[in-house]
Each structure stands twice: as structure tokens, then as C-alpha cells.
Design a protein around this ligand. Sequence first.
Ligand code: 5GP
Length: 112
Amino acid sequence: MTLFEKIIAREIPADIVYEDDRVLAFKDINPQAPVHVLVIPKQSIPRIAEAADHDQDLLGHLLLKARDVAGKLDLKENGFRLVINNGPDGGESVPHLHCHILGGRALNWPPG
Ligand code: 5GP
């Protein structure tokens, strides 16, 4: 069981900001910006490179809920960034697909 599956199962506590039958959003434990939330599918897809074509609806739902959570956290006006890290070069550290929502300050580009 991955760390994020344990959060979904409430075996590990998390500061949850949104939940429905398909996705869970919670605050990152090591925030890189004033607002740093992770949105994850409840279905265990290890990373975006491993998503299947039939995951299309779920992935669309994930993205739209990231939009909603960003709005709920007052990021719409100033903007925010969505990030999906994939594999070693992408900086992925938890093998359960997750979309970072980062906001509350101006973010640099390109990333390091
Ligand atoms: P990745 O590096 O895989 O893109 O992102 C994983 C994220 O999960 C990191 O930003 C890290 O801070 C966060 N994280 C790791 N362990 C925990 C945890 O136990 N609880 C929460 N809420 N976030 C975690």
C-alpha cells in the first residue's frame, strides 16, 4: 500500500480540503508555497506515464477538481500552478499519481 493509499484509507492523517468518490485533495506536508495541495485519484495509478486511455474521465475529473480546489483556496485571481512529477527526472517521490496545486506567491519559471 502506498503512502497516499494509506491517506485515502485514513490510516495516516492528512489535512483534507476536498473529497468525493473519485478524488481526494489534501495539504502537502512539506509546502513549497503558501498554498500547496495535492489532488489524487482514489484509484491507484502510479504515475501519468502509466495512465490508460480508459482513465480519461478520471483524469479529466482530477483536473477539474484541481480547478475547483484552487478556486476554493482563493487562487483564481492571482493564479496558481498545477504540477505532475513523473519518474526520477521529474522528481516523483510517491508512486501514486498526484497533481500539485501551488499558489499564494509568484512562482519561478523554469523550475530548477
Ligand atoms: P512528488 O515529489 O512525488 O511529486 O510529491 C510528493 C509530495 O508528497 C511531496 O510534495 C511531499 O511533501 C508530499 N508528502 C510526502 N509524504 C506526505 C505525507 O505523509 N502527507 C502529506 N500530506 N504529504 C506528503
